[in-house]
Design a protein around this ligand. Structure first.
Ligand SMILES: Cc1ncc(COP(=O)(O)O)c(C=O)c1O
Length: 405
């Protein structure tokens, strides 16, 4: 494969919405991906928290192959076997009674916003449509989700945004209470702000938010697009905090790599959606549902993968603590839950991502100075050891350069 030519054509024919690295990825297995030039990489990004079982997990591949031979797509005018099975699996393992399927995280949030508005208008009053979300949050790129996102840098140039959204400081109950008016219908939060720099709230924050919602009759919408599907060591992150939402959005890891999103809700809230209220042509299509069933069944089988996630999380934390002690001037803080871990630096981290790529490790930088690690949940000690060796080498080099100045 002529990688140079492929990159030239990529730059020529694709809209330049991504600042892509000069690498073409072609093949993946487990923790590893290979470029078209044959170079091997260890993947600590996992498609941004998507490939929870690693690349091309055999159970997901077989499920896709079998389903592709049977039925790829039919309309939601009809009942669809894998969709029914997947909805049942999700309902059996979560707070939710009912599910609506779509194709992505942002679409799941759009659906959640519509459901919350309709439920509130019908059960309270027509003026009740305001949603409070958090500053520094991320909920997606379509217009309502983008408006809910509490970061101006993503919204710039797309105004006017959607009316009816307010942003308050994350992890701050008094600020939240202050923002509530008679028009508020819901509170939309990520249990952990992932894109915003892996910000983990105080252990009592979500309990406090649930209490506020109950007190003011507001819906609690949790965006578990990134934190769900075992990423934090429990099936969904809110399970760590001893609460349940009224509505939850899921995507990323749900399909083990296949593009699927879902909106989950209690019977009471879901009743606001009636035939014609909402739809998605591809939502819950047989192919992606088959992949999602295989993913959930594998993830929950014997609790083995969640145990592995928790063990590897503890191992990574120990290793990162060692790095923090060795480089106190470069590493400010390490935080996270399960295998969603952020390392906040005192310097911009994009250069470190580039150096790691050259050395065969895929890592991510978010919020400018936070290295974000979200490997497949099947990551092993040897993979983490390799990551640490690479990070140590890069940080030593940066430290030496700083000392020379
Ligand atoms: C918490 C959260 N919500 C929503 C989204 C949007 O998901 P998608 O890119 O699938 O639309 C993301 C994506 O990073 C996310 O992290």
């Amino acid at each position: 494969m002529d990688v140079k030519k492929l990159i030239e054509e990529s730059n020529l024919y694709l809209m330049s919405t991504y600042n892509r690295f000069p690498v073409v990825l072609r093949k993946g297995r487990g923790m590893k991906v290979w470029g078209s030039d044959g170079k091997e990489y260890l993947d600590f990004i996992a498609g941004i928290a998507v490939n929870i079982l690693g690349h091309c997990h055999p159970k997901v591949v077989i499920a896709l192959q079998k389903q592709a031979q049977r039925l790829i797509h039919v309309s939601n005018f009809y009942h669809i076997e894998p969709q029914i099975k997947l909805a049942k699996l999700l309902a059996e393992h979560t707070f939710a009674d009912r599910v609506f399927f779509c194709n992505s995280g942002t679409e799941a949030n759009e659906a959640a916003i519509k459901l919350a508005r309709k439920y509130s208008k019908e059960n309270f009053n027509p003026g009740r449509f305001e949603i409070i979300s958090a500053k520094n949050s991320f909920h997606g790129r379509t217009l309502a989700s983008l408006t809910a996102t509490g970061q101006e840098k993503f919204q710039k140039g797309f105004e006017p945004l959607v009316p009816g959204f307010k942003h308050v400081a994350f992890d701050d109950i008094p600020a939240l209470k202050k923002a509530i008016t008679k028009n508020t219908c819901a509170i939309l939060l990520e249990p952990i702000q992932a894109e915003g720099g892996v910000k983990v709230p105080d252990g009592n924050y979500l309990k406090g938010v649930r209490k506020v919602c109950d007190e003011y009759n507001l819906l609690l919408i949790l965006d578990e697009v990134q934190t769900g599907m075992g990423r934090t060591g429990r099936f969904f992150a809110h399970e760590h905090f001893g609460i349940t939402p009224d509505i939850m959005t899921v995507a990323k890891g749900l399909g083990g790599g296949a593009p699927i999103g879902a909106l989950l809700a209690t019977n009471k809230v879901a009743a606001a959606f009636q035939p014609g209220s909402h739809a998605a042509t591809f939502g819950g299509n047989p192919l992606v549902c088959a992949a999602a069933i295989a993913t959930i069944e594998t993830l929950l089988e014997d609790g083995f993968i969640l145990d592995q996630c928790n063990r590897m999380s503890a191992y990574m934390e120990e290793k990162f603590r060692y790095l923090k002690e060795k480089f106190p001037d470069l590493i400010k803080e390490v935080r996270g839950l399960g295998l969603l871990i952020g390392m906040e630096l005192n310097i911009e981290c994009e250069g470190i991502v580039k150096s790691a790529l050259d050395m065969g490790v895929l890592i991510n930088c978010t919020a400018g100075k936070v290295l974000r690690f979200m490997p497949p949940l099947i990551v092993q000690k040897k993979d983490i050891d390799y990551l640490i060796t690479i990070l140590e080498r890069i940080l030593v080099k940066i430290m030496r350069e700083q000392e020379k100045k």
